[in-house]
Ligand binder design. Structure first.
Ligand code: NAP
Length: 267
C-alpha cells in the first residue's frame, strides 16, 4: 500500500491521453496503474509517449485492465461513444471518473452522479480543463453585467467538426446568465452574404474561425460608449490542460458525486 493516487488512463494513445500519461508519470504523487486504448495493445505506455518504459502495457478492454490494477481514478479522453460505458464500468469498480471527453448529455451526467453517490465515490466531468480558458469565461461573465453588448470570436483548426466550439457555448451560457436578453445590432440590418453576422445566441453573435495552423483561441469583445473591452485566451499546446487534469485527479479523491465543470475549483 503506498500513499500515491493510482491512475488509469482511457484513450491513452490519443492526443490528450498521451499528455495525461506524461503528466501522471512526471508527478511523484501519482502512479500510472493502467492504460487503455482501442489500438496499440501491449505497447508500453511510457514508450508510447516517448519516455522510458514504465511497465504499464496498453490494454484494449477497460474492465480487464481495471481488474487487479487497484486504480483510484480513471481519466477518460476517448470519444463521445465510449465515455459513458467506460464511466459506468469504472464507477462499478469504485474507480473515480475524471472525464475530459465531451458530448455527455445532462441525463447521462445525472446518471453518473447517482452511480457515484450510490458507490460512495466522487468524480469530475469538465468540458475544458484549461485554467486560462475558465478564467476567460468567468471574466467575460463578470464583464457582461456592466457591458451587455458582446460578441464572441472563437478560432480553431480547420479539421474541427463542431461549430461553435463547446467553450464558446459555455461562455455564452455564462454571459446570458448575467445579462438580460438584448437583441444587438441594427434592427434593420441585413446579411448580404449568409452567415456574415455569425451564430445568434441570446441576442448576441458567436463567430467561428476555422484555419490550419490554429489550435484553440477565443476572444470575447464588449462594446460600450466610446470604449471596447477584449478578453482573450490562447491555447498553444495540449499540455496546457494538464494542470487542470492533475488538480481534478487529486480533488476527485475528496468528493462524493460528480462535479460538472472545472470552474468549480477556481475561485
Ligand atoms: P483522439 O486523439 O482522437 O483520442 C481519442 C483516443 O481514444 C484514441 O486514441 C482512441 O483510440 C481512443 N478510444 C476510442 N474509443 C475507445 C475506447 N472505447 N476505449 C479506450 N480508448 C478508446 O482525441 P483527443 O483530441 O485526445 O480528444 C479526446 C476527447 O477529449 C474529445 O472528446 C475532445 O473533445 C476532448 N477534449 C477535452 C478537453 C478538455 O479540456 N476537457 C481538451 C481537449 C479535448 P483509437 O485511435 O485506437 O480509436
Amino acid at each position: 500500500m503506498d500513499a500515491k493516487i493510482h491512475v488509469a488512463v482511457a484513450g491513452a494513445s490519443g492526443r490528450m491521453g498521451k499528455e495525461v500519461v506524461k503528466m501522471v508519470l512526471a508527478d511523484p504523487e501519482l502512479r500510472l496503474v493502467a492504460a487503455i486504448n482501442r489500438s496499440h495493445e501491449g505497447v508500453d505506455a511510457g514508450t508510447l509517449v516517448g519516455l522510458p518504459a514504465c511497465g504499464v502495457p496498453i490494454k484494449t478492454d477497460l474492465d480487464t485492465a481495471l481488474q487487479g490494477a487497484d486504480a483510484h481514478v480513471l481519466v477518460d479522453f476517448t470519444t463521445p461513444q465510449a465515455v459513458l460505458s467506460n464511466s459506468r464500468i469504472a464507477i462499478g469498480r469504485r474507480v473515480r471518473p475524471v472525464i475530459g471527453t465531451t458530448g455527455l448529455s445532462p441525463d447521462q451526467i445525472e446518471e453518473l452522479d447517482k452511480l457515484c453517490k450510490d458507490n460512495g465515490i466522487g468524480g469530475i466531468i469538465a468540458p475544458n480543463f484549461s485554467i486560462g480558458a475558465i478564467l476567460m469565461m468567468k471574466f467575460a461573465a463578470q464583464a457582461a453585467k456592466h457591458m451587455p453588448h458582446v460578441e464572441i470570436i472563437e478560432y480553431h483548426g480547420d479539421q474541427k467538426l463542431d461549430a461553435p466550439s463547446g467553450t464558446s457555448i459555455k461562455t455564452a451560457e455564462l454571459i446570458a446568465s448575467n445579462r438580460q436578453e438584448l437583441r444587438q445590432g441594427n434592427p434593420q440590418e441585413e446579411e448580404t452574404i449568409e452567415g456574415a453576422r455569425g451564430g445568434y445566441y441570446n441576442g448576441f453573435r458567436i463567430h467561428s474561425v476555422r484555419l490550419p495552423g490554429v489550435f484553440a483561441q477565443q476572444e470575447v469583445v464588449f462594446g460600450g460608449f466610446g470604449q471596447t473591452l477584449k478578453i482573450r485566451h490562447d491555447s498553444y499546446d495540449r499540455a496546457g490542460y494538464m494542470p487542470g487534469v492533475n488538480l481534478s485527479i487529486k480533488k476527485a479523491m475528496e468528493l462524493t458525486g460528480i462535479v460538472y465543470g472545472f470552474e468549480h475549483f477556481i475561485d
